[in-house]
Design a protein around this ligand. Structure first.
Ligand SMILES: C[S@@+](CC[C@H](N)C(=O)[O-])C[C@H]1O[C@@H](n2cnc3c(N)ncnc32)[C@H](O)[C@@H]1O
Length: 280
């Protein structure tokens, strides 16, 4: 049986269990911000052993089961979020058999959709020449009360298209497919977590990530003095990497700092030396 005992990493807390179990430990209306990127559920498409090893989890529910699971998670997020809190949900369009399946269905829930944010990246591994290269993901910003929500309004100037490099951490973690030491396949960029957390919380506030993976949100929480709580059913596979990242003090400039400095390009993330800035 998996442990429900929390792990403390630099003052940040991780429950290494299924999120629906871990949510039971969290009081109603107790967190200020939820920032998360759920498993993609790439279905049978990635069900062979090599891909399983790569993804670290089976990720093979039917689409119907997957949507039911995500709706349960969203319900729990609604329960634990304070009335003034914000919930940022990163999802992307999946492509099955050449057909696009956008994630608009997640919008049907008890939250109010405050805004759609586009995370735009300069390149992709998906370079089949049968479509325009897919270069963005959604970040849905949900709130409970449109008349009373916390927003650090200096962030407004950043706009709702966030140009951020795809973060891989391969350099930092020395990951390779061959050696099977890839410790997490879907790390989201530090700049993304900086933006969702710093724009809607203050020091001392509590932030939850129900799918914490390699610990990006907790890394941001530790550095900027927020109380982070993360869940991950497969955390033992990423713990070493997560510890390294949460305790790291290497940070990219925030999107707000870049905007104020008049920079339009994409900042390299702290560990990603492989991508060039793209300027517009
Ligand atoms: C897209 S990744 C999140 C990556 C994270 N944002 C980061 O920066 O590393 C989704 C994560 O959900 C975890 N996961 C999958 N099913 C889960 C479940 N039922 N409960 C909790 N975590 C789960 C996976 O182990 C994976 O780390």
């Amino acid at each position: 049986m998996t442990s429900i005992e929390p792990i403390n990493i630099g003052g940040q807390v991780v429950y290494p269990v299924d999120c629906l179990e871990a949510f039971k430990k969290i009081g109603s209306c107790s967190v200020d911000n939820i920032s998360t990127s759920p498993p993609y559920n790439l279905g049978g498409f990635h069900s062979n052993e090599k891909k399983r090893a790569y993804f670290g989890f089976s990720d093979d529910m039917t689409e119907q089961e997957y949507r039911g699971f995500i709706y349960k998670v969203i319900d729990e997020c609604h329960r634990v979020l304070k009335p003034t809190g914000s919930f940022f949900l990163n999802m992307k369009t999946k492509i099955f058999d050449g057909i696009s399946i956008p994630p608009y269905w997640v919008v049907a829930n008890d939250f109010n959709l405050k805004q759609e944010i586009i995370w735009h990246y300069p390149s992709t591994a998906n370079v089949d020449k049968v479509r325009f290269y897919p270069l963005f993901e959604y970040v849905f910003w949900f709130i409970k009360d449109p008349k009373n929500f916390k927003f650090n309004d200096e962030w407004a100037i950043v706009g709702n298209v966030w140009k951020i490099n795809h973060m891989t951490d391969r350099n930092e973690a020395k990951m390779t497919w061959k050696d099977k030491v890839i410790q997490h396949p879907a790390i989201f960029p530090t700049q993304l977590a900086q933006a969702t957390i710093l724009s809607t919380t203050s020091e001392g506030d509590t932030v939850l990530d129900p799918f914490v993976g390699s610990g990006t949100t907790l890394k941001v929480c530790r550095h900027y003095k927020r109380k982070g709580i993360g869940f991950d059913k497969y955390f033992s596979e990423y713990e070493e990497l997560a510890r390294k990242r949460i305790m790291s003090d290497k940070f990219p400039e925030t999107l707000l700092e870049m905007k104020k400095a008049g920079k339009k390009g994409v900042e390299k993330d702290e560990a990603d030396g492989s991508m060039e800035k793209f300027m517009k």
